[in-house]
Design a protein around this ligand. Structure first.
Ligand SMILES: Cc1cc2nc3c(=O)[nH]c(=O)nc-3n(C[C@H](O)[C@H](O)[C@H](O)COP(=O)(O)OP(=O)(O)OC[C@H]3O[C@@H](n4cnc5c(N)ncnc54)[C@H](O)[C@@H]3O)c2cc1C
Length: 447
């Protein structure tokens, strides 16, 4: 055995698993197919333009991710700049809804959000959300299966949420965050994503990255793993796991036929990658749910501009348009740009087959309807798609998520799709990696 642990995938799940194990003096090897570490939290140069996997926000109530970063020597307050509000631009009206999200850090903005914005959301609209949220959080705790049988839209209709409140608040909070329209988004996933914020409401705020996510977050974790004696190989496409005559996993095989052996293997690839690598277990009863777990796509458009097109680099939503959520980034993530817009598109499926030119045309028109004029300011653009990396947040899917532990000796899973309380988020990926590391440590102790 060459390594204590071979980890496939250097996204946040693989990196967190690798760092935890390297800190416990385990000999760790990470294999990553991409030329950079970070997976869905990465930045790179795409044919001459600096891009990212898609714009991300670091949520103030996360705890596992900041703790991991601390171990890698990264201070969160130096990595992000904090926002206490979000903007919702109203199509065709040249107006915006300003919603304070931070009761402690930005109480005035929060109160203004609740009591102001009357021209867009009336008191009746706002009050219609009260039973929706109270019953939603209650059902999340007490009746999760029932809640998971509803879409966000069905649950909103059930609780008589007004059309305005649905369009200008619930759509940004569903399609804007996870790209799925509210009629296809599980109410359980919706409330589950916000549930951890309830007891930690005082920590709520959004962090905008001060640099590309590989550069400021993932590479420092990778560097720490290497400093502790681990190794990371990039550009390695793992295609299969190796087993011995007892069916125990003893390593992995790559596309080029190389074999890497370890006492334990962690598959921390995204869902679609994990299904391909684990193909030989497809008929194992304990893997049935993993293979049935459906995926969903994400699509983004990133535009390099001659000047900033939004006043501030804050999270912005564009309900009733293709711009699910977006941010100007020239003062934060891409500071060498004169102007930079990073947009998450909805519905993602509609954009996967479109050429970047076609997507740009749609986005320019929709941006105009939101009061953002891009004409004459566009220098360059790239479309970055994630065709199947996420597990689907549709109703009824959650029970299919596998745990990190598997029935196969020598094999553990990590990744945001595996069972942990934070759904498809950076925090969820880190928690899954930490749980996998605990299982591996225990298994190695038993060898
Ligand atoms: C557009 C977008 C916006 C997002 N916004 C937010 C946000 O604001 N806040 C938030 O918390 N989360 C956000 N997320 C979610 C977050 O990025 C993910 O939950 C998290 O990065 C998942 O980490 P992971 O390690 O589980 O998976 P990944 O990051 O996908 O890592 C898996 C790694 O495995 C590698 N791999 C796959 N197959 C193989 C193979 N065969 N061989 C070797 N390597 C392989 C991949 O290249 C990848 O690096 C967003 C995601 C996207 C795409």
């Amino acid at each position: 055995m060459d390594w204590d642990v071979v980890i496939v995938g250097a996204g946040l799940a693989g990196l967190s698993c690798g760092l935890e194990l390297a800190l416990k003096n385990k000999k760790v090897l990470l294999l990553e197919v991409d030329p950079v570490v970070g997976g869905r939290c990465s930045n790179w140069n795409e044919n001459g333009m600096e891009v990212e996997s898609g714009f991300h926000r670091f949520i103030g109530y996360y705890t596992a991710l900041p703790a991991l970063l601390k171990k890698a020597g990264v201070e969160v307050d130096e990595m992000v700049t904090w926002e206490e509000k979000i903007d919702v631009l109203i199509k065709g009206k040249n107006k915006k809804l300003v919603v304070g999200i931070s009761p402690l850090m930005g109480p005035v903005k929060m109160l203004r959000g609740i009591f102001g914005n009357q021209d867009i959301l009336t008191t009746k609209d706002k009050l219609s959300l009260v039973p929706f949220f109270i019953r939603g959080f209650k059902d999340y705790l007490l009746a999760p299966v029932k809640l998971d049988s509803y879409s966000v839209k069905e649950y909103a209709n059930l609780h008589k949420v007004t059309d305005n409140a649905l369009h200008y608040l619930l759509i940004p909070l569903s399609s804007g965050i996870f790209f799925l329209p509210p009629d296809r988004y599980s109410a359980y996933a919706f409330f589950g994503l916000f549930a951890p914020a309830v007891p930690k409401f005082y920590k709520m705020r959004n962090g905008a990255y001060l640099g590309g996510m590989t550069d400021v977050m993932c590479q420092p974790i990778a560097d720490k793993i290497i400093e502790l004696g681990g190794s990371i190989e990039l550009g390695v496409n793992v295609t299969d796991v190796l087993t011995d005559e007892h069916g125990t996993v003893i390593g992995v095989k790559t596309e080029s036929g190389e074999e890497y052996r370890g006492k334990h293997v962690v598959i921390a690839a995204s869902l679609v990658g994990a299904k391909q690598i684990l193909e030989k277990f497809k008929n194992e009863p304990s893997f049935q749910n993993l293979f049935k777990l459906p995926t969903m796509p994400a699509a983004t458009l990133q535009i390099e501009l001659t000047e900033p097109v939004l006043e501030k680099d804050i999270t912005t939503f564009g309900p009733k348009t293709s711009l699910a959520s977006f941010a100007e980034q020239s003062r934060t993530t891409f500071r060498r740009s004169n102007g930079r817009l990073s947009i998450i598109l909805t519905p993602a499926e509609d954009f996967l087959m479109k050429s970047p030119d076609e997507t740009l045309k749609i986005v320019v028109e929709d941006a105009k309807a939101l009061g953002i004029h891009l004409e004459g300011k566009i220098k360059d653009y790239r479309q970055i798609n994630h065709p199947a990396d996420f597990y689907s947040l549709a109703p009824g899917v959650d029970p299919l998520r596998p745990t990190q532990a598997t029935a196969i000796t020598g094999l553990t899973l990590a990744g945001d799709y595996t069972r942990q309380p934070y759904f498809s988020t950076m925090e969820g990926a880190v928690v899954s990696g930490q749980r996998a590391a605990q299982l591996v440590e225990k298994a190695l102790g038993e060898v």
